[in-house]
Design a protein around this ligand. Structure first.
Ligand code: TYF
Ligand code: FE
Length: 378
């Protein structure tokens, strides 16, 4: 190729070429004490359907994993079958929690190269796995705490999940609750570590900070935390990062860090296109949500203006409402889904708004503080 030609090609390449194109979240894997019962919980309460399984019956002697799906959301629940080892150590230190945030890519080798050459710490080098359904390429890097990202290249694979997993279709089917995809996943990191991890996502993974009016500059009573939102190039992956801040009361982020023994995933926000139906179904099945005082609804419409939904059911369920210049959003938060006050879920319905609910922080953080008071950790 002539130099002239090369120059021409370079000129046509967009300036900020995405060196890590991400197609979406591939799966989220939790290490848990009892995967069978956790799977039952996500099935019965959350409406996830089992799709694949790996364990003794499929030749895995030391660990068992259940793969559950709803909409585009894939959850993997993994437990150890033997003493010792990585999974036990993770559970011993953190309790149940997210180990892997897997990212769907076109090229897992390139994803590994591009990120490790920019400073990512390797979790494992690219490896190819195959079975009768084809092959996948996986690679992995570390992020905050003991959490990792695994790049999943599955364009040459048609099996139910990954090689090593068997299709798993129990006769028992539960009705889904209308969850569609993962909207964002939030990381809690240690004191003064937010910028370091935002820089990691910027430099190592090519993300940019979403400079919205959501930057939580924190010095009120309620919001003893700082947060920035990092997003990948096409906006499909959004990772807000929180750090604790000094406040009048103990930061909810510090409480998390204490109980999780370090940084980790704080909440998984899942999208629905009918939050009233989704939350009603979840509540009927026993999922517990943070309580919001009725007074929140007295003047909420003055703040957010007209909305398509009726206010009464939103108030009855405790759904929060916020607006930005692009539209509005509806959101609600569960109580922690584990005994430790660590991970929880957010249900979110976006009606144009691409922000994260800044207008709700006061009500939300007061609700969290009421729970902290009950735990005696405030
Ligand atoms: O993801 C977000 O930014 C919102 C708000 O501890 C939020 O869901 C921020 C911090 C937090 C809980 C919720
Ligand atoms: Fe959120």
């Amino acid at each position: 190729m002539s130099t002239e030609n090369t120059t021409q090609i370079k000129k046509t390449v967009p300036q900020a070429e995405d060196f890590l194109p991400l197609l979406g979240t591939d799966y989220v894997e939790l290490y848990v004490g009892n995967a069978k019962q956790a799977a039952f919980y996500y099935q019965q309460a959350w409406g996830f359907q089992p799709v694949a399984y790996s364990g003794l019956e499929s030749g895995s002697k030391d660990r068992v994993s259940y793969v559950l799906q709803q909409g585009k959301i894939r959850l993997v629940l993994t437990s150890p079958l033997q003493p010792g080892g990585e999974v036990n150590e993770h559970i011993d230190k953190h309790g149940d929690g997210v180990k892997v945030v897997a990212l769907w890519v076109d090229d897992a080798r390139k994803s590994y190269e591009e990120t490790t050459k920019r400073g990512a710490k390797s979790y494992f080098e690219p490896r190819e796995l195959s079975d009768e359904h084809g092959h996948v390429v996986l690679s992995g890097i570390h992020t905050y705490g003991e959490t990792v990202h695994i790049f999943v290249e599955r364009k040459n694979y048609s099996g139910p999940f990954l090689p090593g997993y068997k299709e798993y279709k129990p006769n028992f089917k539960v009705k889904d609750v209308g969850l569609k995809y993962i909207d964002h996943m939030v990381g809690n990191v240690g004191w003064n570590e937010m910028n370091k991890w935002c820089e990691f996502y910027a430099k190592v993974m090519g993300f940019a900070q979403l400079v919205s009016f959501d930057d939580k500059d924190i010095s009120t009573d309620y919001t003893a935390l700082m947060s920035k939102v990092m997003s990948n190039g096409n906006g499909r992956i959004k990772f807000p990062i929180n750090e604790p801040a000094e406040g009048k009361k103990k930061s909810q982020i510090e409480e998390y860090i204490d109980f999780y023994n370090g940084a980790g995933v704080q909440h998984i926000a899942v999208a629905t296109d009918n939050i009233i139906e989704t939350v009603t179904a979840l509540r009927d099945r026993g999922v517990e949500f943070l309580y919001v005082p009725e007074a929140y609804y007295d003047d909420v419409l003055d703040r957010v203006g007209e909305i398509d939904e009726e206010l009464e059911p939103l108030k009855e369920l405790g759904v929060l409402i916020d607006r930005d210049d692009e539209g509005y959003l509806l959101q609600i938060f569960t109580k922690p889904v584990l005994d430790r006050p660590t991970m929880f879920f957010e249900i979110i319905q976006r009606k144009g708004a691409q922000s994260f609910g800044k207008g709700n922080f006061k009500a939300l953080f007061e609700a969290i503080e009421r729970e902290q008071t009950l735990r005696g950790t405030l």
